[in-house]
Design a protein around this ligand. Structure first.
Ligand code: ADP
Ligand code: TRP
Length: 324
């Protein structure tokens, strides 16, 4: 099999949280060993919600810093800022012209917006087309994402197939999503999917006090200390399973079932393990922060490498549709 091309993006809409890390960043980092990895910070996408220029710049750098601290290796993976490769917006238009409106009306972000009686922007409506352009511009085979993004990869496949059929060509590679079942949906402080839009997140690099406070605020039922508790539905265990050793997980599950330990104690144990789990990443992050020029160099080099691929694809696509 030829070397797979792996691509994924993350929006700079805040600081990366545990859902982003386990759902997307960690799988993406693992993939960089197994193929040509292309990862970007989706600042065009973030503009659907972030309208503060200083915040957008800060989040963008912050996401790059956190991704590098977590092990993204710029020698193996290409890391760039989406807006540094503006070809993607041109491709978005070409794809838009073959994308049926009903397909986009069916997408969950748009539907949720309408259900909440908010007026969606055209950008929010067209969001999946920009995402399709991200993926198709780089001939991507595999797209590691959390479960919430699966529908967008399906849309990408449909748009690519429609385009290939219309122009009687194999112009675009048909991509597949890669979703690890164990981390498909990471629970947040309130038990719902962890998400910036729900305000239930635990950021990767919070201060110790802040992270402890957040863990201690995880919502639980009111089972007393001595009562047996349900290990299947608990967010405490859901998060503990991601960071603890197998034997420690089995022990906590057993203590849930038997009763006799309160939620407060479980939370303290979760905090301790989580804090320790991210210690190497914190050290690396502190080191990276000492050389702010490093991030700029990584992003500039990434933009250069990504753009070389994008230009080739666009030349091919322009020719196929009759623009050249
Ligand atoms: P948010 O929902 O907080 O705005 P993003 O949409 O920026 O997060 O997500 C970036 C990446 O992280 C995507 O691949 C997404 O699937 C993944 N991700 C986000 N939250 C979770 C979660 N709770 N569980 C698993 N993956 C997640
Ligand atoms: N839409 C993704 C999210 O909200 C981010 C993203 C943009 C992306 N373009 C992408 C992910 C291309 C994978 C591939 O998380």
């Amino acid at each position: 099999m030829p070397t797979p091309r792996i691509l994924s993006g993350i929006k700079p809409t805040g600081k990366p949280h545990l859902g982003n890390f386990f759902g997307m960043m960690q799988p993406a980092i693992a993939w960089q060993e197994r193929g040509e990895a292309f990862y970007f910070i989706a600042d065009y996408h973030a503009l659907t919600t972030v309208h503060d220029p200083a915040a957008l710049r800060e989040y963008t750098r912050g996401v790059a810093l956190d991704f590098l601290a977590c092990g993204l290796d710029p020698a193996r993976a290409v890391l760039w800022r989406q807006s540094d490769v503006p070809e993607v917006t041109e491709l978005t238009w070409l794809l838009s012209c073959v994308t049926p409106m009903p397909m986009l009306e069916n997408c969950h972000a748009y539907k949720d917006h309408v259900a909440r009686e908010k007026v969606p922007s055209h950008g929010l409506f067209a969001y999946p087309v920009l995402m399709a352009a991200d993926i198709l511009l780089f001939d991507s085979n595999i797209v590691p994402v959390g479960r919430d993004q699966k529908q967008h990869v399906e849309v990408t496949r449909d748009i690519a197939s429609a385009f290939n059929r219309l122009y009687k060509s194999d112009l675009f590679v048909i991509p597949e999503s890669s979703i690890l079942p164990t981390v498909a949906t990471i629970p947040g402080l309130d038990g719902q999917k962890m998400s910036k839009s729900y305000g239930n997140t635990i950021e990767l690099f919070d201060e110790e006090k802040t992270m402890r406070k957040k863990i201690m605020s995880i919502i639980t039922d009111s089972t007393p200390v001595e009562g047996p508790k349900d290990p299947a539905t608990s967010s405490i265990l859901g998060l503990y399973r991601l960071v603890a050793e197998e034997s420690a997980i089995l022990q906590m599950e057993e203590e849930f079932r038997i009763g006799g330990v309160g939620y407060g104690d479980f939370k303290k144990r979760l905090f301790g393990t989580l804090w320790e789990y991210f210690a190497p990443q914190r050290a690396r992050r502190a080191e990276l922060e000492r050389d702010p020029g490093h991030i700029d160099r990584v992003l500039a080099d990434g933009a250069h490498r990504a753009r070389a691929v994008a230009e080739k694809t666009m030349a091919r696509v322009r020719a196929a549709v009759g623009l050249k």
